[in-house]
Design a protein around this ligand. Sequence first.
Ligand code: GTR
Length: 323
Amino acid sequence: MRTSIKGLLCLSIALSAGMSLAQTRLRAWNIHPDGYPVTEAMKSFAAEVAKTTQGKYQIGIFSNATLGDQPKAVQMLKAGEIDIAEFSSGPLSDAVPGIKVLNLPFLFTDSAHMFRHLDGKLGQRFAASLKAAGFVVLGWYDGGARSFYCASRTVTNVRELAGANIRVQQSEIYTEMVKLLNARPVALPYKDVLDGLQQGKIDCAENNMPSYESTGHYKVAKNVFVTNHVISPEALVVSTQLWSKLGQEEQAAFSAAGARSALLMRELWNKRVALALEVTAGQGVQFVKVKDTSSMIRRMSPLYDRYMKDPTTRQELLSIIPQ
Ligand code: GTR
């Protein structure tokens, strides 16, 4: 009798050990809500990984930045405290200077131009810099085209942004860009922007249209100055700590799922841009398109100069800008 109880206990210990070996739970950081293209693409990534690894990897998606704001999450992923994340290239480039050029104003003419580079050799070079810094890229997502929007002023000309308090992502290049417009950059976490606009702490912010709509910023900041000043990617990444634990076949499964999720994201993105424009216009948002971007581009020249002089970014810039 005693022996059989011991046997049963051993069996149960073995089973639970077996269970935990058979199933690994991973945490994925995400800043966006349900239904947003990033979130939906991440869900499809998680489902495909679970399927192709026969249920071994269960990815839990923690949306709405519940695990911390973006700069913190970038550090958490680097330290292996979270396993997977979808980051915008602004905050990511503070940790990986080699990809800084991706946020330069007016670098790409549109998403198609951007993905021609990212889906080719240049994307591989950026991915290599990211990997060396702790981030393994599984897919390039679309970060869209960013424009300014203001609560307290209508902007019809870039000069009219002067003196405004403009919210920026907690990222160096955005701060510098706003200073070059003679405006005041106010670095705020994404989740605090709506409040900042409502309280009058900031006059304006800048983002792509799906974010402008999904956050409800359009309810307070109804004047959009359409500049499309930054067209940049986002990236689905896993930590190098996780990556090194995966077998070869598992790495292939993660990569395939990441690549497929990126294609899905880009498709969902285009639909969501159209929807965001429709919803916000329907709610009385006024869009003023910048007439001529050349004066804005001229103001950015100290930024271009700096990145041309910097050996870590010069080569990338030269590959993107046609000579
Ligand atoms: C969004 C982007 C987020 C975050 C946000 C922001 O477009 O998808 O990752 O960077 O902008 O402005 O903070």
